[in-house]
Design a protein around this ligand. Structure first.
Ligand code: ATP
Length: 240
């Protein structure tokens, strides 16, 4: 593991007017890691990702990517830099085909050959998307839309992928398929992953390290395996 984080939040305070969603949040993600942020409904998980991406402006604190400050950056500038978010609720383009959605993911690229190669790579990872390449995004099942959202993010050639609740609303069998592919993307493509999940069991099994977020504050940080075996975590987040 490199000793320089690829992504770092330092003392972030963030929120929505009078609602203080994040208080003094600091976290680090190192190259090649899968880091999970777990927490209950409303703990501030999505706000953390949106603050990283410049969608929500922090009141205080800094976000660093590859050692450079990116706090309050225009979100559009991030995918070309290798930082890409798959938002909660997927947000694919329903009236465009699967393939058009993927091509839009490569909006800033002009290497046609590379784009075609990467579409092929997405179809290898998610064969169902290849089978449905001419189908409108809006006609896909929830799981297929989640796959398309991840596939579209991969078209930006991310160094760091931010995933917001990839399991949300999906059947267990589809969730397992998607998490297997997330592991593949990390191992085979070397993509660093920051994952936000209410499903703590799933997230910690997929992660190398984890942070626990409780009402806007990081209350615990440890290796994912240690968190999985921590009695407090098992009681609070794993239903024991
Ligand atoms: P969930 O798992 O339910 O998505 P979360 O951990 O991602 O929750 P956030 O969505 O980050 O939590 O919300 C953190 C806090 O900020 C909550 O109290 C929420 O009500 C509030 N909040 C989120 N978005 C807004 C908004 N656009 N305007 C006002 N308050 C908001």
């Amino acid at each position: 593991m490199s000793d320089q984080p690829i992504l770092e939040l330092k003392n972030i305070h963030s929120g929505y007017g009078s609602i203080k969603a994040l208080r003094d949040v600091s976290l680090k993600v190192y190259p090649g890691e899968v880091v999970a942020i777990i927490g209950a409904n409303g703990a501030g998980k999505s706000t953390t990702l949106m603050t990283i991406c410049g969608i929500v402006s922090p009141e205080k604190g800094e976000v660093y990517y590859q050692g450079e400050p990116i706090t309050k950056i225009n979100p559009e500038n991030l995918p070309p830099m290798g930082l890409c978010q798959v938002p909660e609720g997927r947000r694919i383009f329903p009236r465009l085909t699967v393939e058009e959605n993927l091509i839009l993911g490569a909006f800033y690229r002009d290497d046609q050959e590379g784009i075609l190669k990467d579409i092929k790579h997405v179809y290898e990872l998610f064969p169902v998307l290849g089978e449905r390449s001419k189908q409108h995004g809006g006609t896909l099942s929830g799981g297929e839309q989640q796959m398309l959202a991840i596939g579209r993010a991969l078209m930006t050639k991310p160094k760091v992928l931010l995933l917001d609740e990839p399991s949300l609303g999906l059947a267990p069998i589809i969730i397992h398929q998607i998490f297997d592919i997330i592991a593949d993307i990390n191992k085979n493509d070397g993509t660093t992953i920051l994952l936000v999940e209410q499903n703590a069991n799933l997230a910690l099994k997929a992660a190398t390290r984890g942070y626990v977020l409780e009402t806007g504050e990081i209350t615990l940080e440890d290796k994912a395996d240690a968190l999985l075996h921590n009695p407090e975590i098992r009681k609070a987040y794993l239903g024991e």
